[in-house]
Design a protein around this ligand. Structure first.
Ligand code: SF4
Ligand code: SF4
Ligand SMILES: [Zn+2]
Length: 297
């Protein structure tokens, strides 16, 4: 006999807990919660509720399956394109040693700038005022966290982020992940600054023009905040490519450089179905700098 959960449709065996009875149910908590409601509803109302929840659950599952399949195809397609592009760049590198160069795929931060709107500036000011006030509240003895800088002697991680142009900064919005903890840390490092001076220190670093669709501190030259003023999120975050690079820098043989394929979308938008995430360029990066691939258009 074919048994399935009345809510989600998961196949059950007669030995599954909940499989026996008028309403076979799987072990998932949301499915069990639907069945629990039978005790508080009349049978007809419960039937309608069950029908609606089962329909919704199955539609969600179908959407998730379609999305998983889309991501699988997306990953396979981009991976094959990246591999072909890396190989083309490497073919133009005389004496290329594959174990001394690493292949990386990067997103792209926004290329365009726009005058910083007064509304954004005010939003930032309000946020800073709030987090500075929170940082000053008595009784909060949470020790300030350390500023985490990228701990490497190599120039490669910085060059990689520079080529990417801050592809992960696009979610910084008007608040730049700044919190009371960040302010507390900054104030501990700068004990002579009064709260109003802390506020000014942040506001004074705003540029007249910022990158379109990105963090308020994101400019064409990178982040306007020094590391000690950035949030822990900003100081600690590494995208997958940066993680791979930093892990590789700890290994032998020493890394001479990176072969980069760069895609159009930023870090957060690259999986989205809308929007072209085609390859927009390639480059090699060594300790001495970035060399754009001559075939870039
Ligand atoms: S961490 Fe990754 S996504 Fe962010 S700027 Fe650097 S390379 Fe780009
Ligand atoms: S504060 Fe700087 S590092 Fe952090 S999201 Fe904004 S631009 Fe990026
Ligand atoms: Zn179920």
């Amino acid at each position: 006999m074919h048994l399935e959960c009345v809510v989600c449709g998961t196949g059950l065996t007669t030995r599954s807990p909940g499989a026996v009875g008028l309403y076979p149910i799987c072990h998932a908590v949301p499915c069990r919660m639907v069945l629990d409601q039978r005790a508080t509803m009349g049978e007809a109302a419960f039937q309608r509720h069950l029908h609606w929840r089962a329909k919704n659950t199955r539609e969600q599952r179908t959407r998730a399956r379609v999305e998983d399949e889309r991501l699988r195809v997306w990953t396979a397609t981009e991976s094959a394109e990246n591999t072909a592009q890396w190989a083309t760049v490497e073919a133009g590198m005389p004496g290329h040693q594959p174990d001394q160069f690493m292949r990386l795929a990067l997103p792209s931060g926004p290329a365009r700038q726009r005058k910083l709107a007064q509304r954004r500036r005010q939003h930032y000011l309000d946020h800073l005022t709030q987090v500075i006030a929170q940082a000053l509240l008595p009784g909060d003895d949470v020790p300030p966290s350390d500023t985490v800088a990228v701990d490497t002697q190599s120039a490669l991680p910085g060059q990689v982020c520079a080529l990417c142009r801050g592809g992960c900064c696009t979610r910084g919005g008007d608040t730049a992940y700044l919190s009371a903890d960040t302010v507390r840390r900054f104030m501990a490092q700068q004990p002579n600054l009064a709260p109003a001076q802390v506020l000014s220190a942040y506001v004074e670093r705003l540029a007249a023009k910022t990158q379109v669709g990105s963090c308020i501190n994101h400019t064409a030259g990178g982040c306007t905040l020094p590391r000690e003023m950035r949030s822990d999120v900003c100081n600690r975050y590494l995208c997958e490519s940066q993680k791979e690079l930093q892990n590789r820098l700890d290994e032998a043989p020493p890394l001479l450089g990176v072969v980069v394929v760069q895609r159009r979308q930023d870090h957060w938008s690259r999986h989205l179905p809308e929007g072209d995430n085609g390859i927009v360029g390639a480059a090699t990066i060594t300790e001495s700098g970035i060399s754009p691939w001559p075939g870039n258009s």
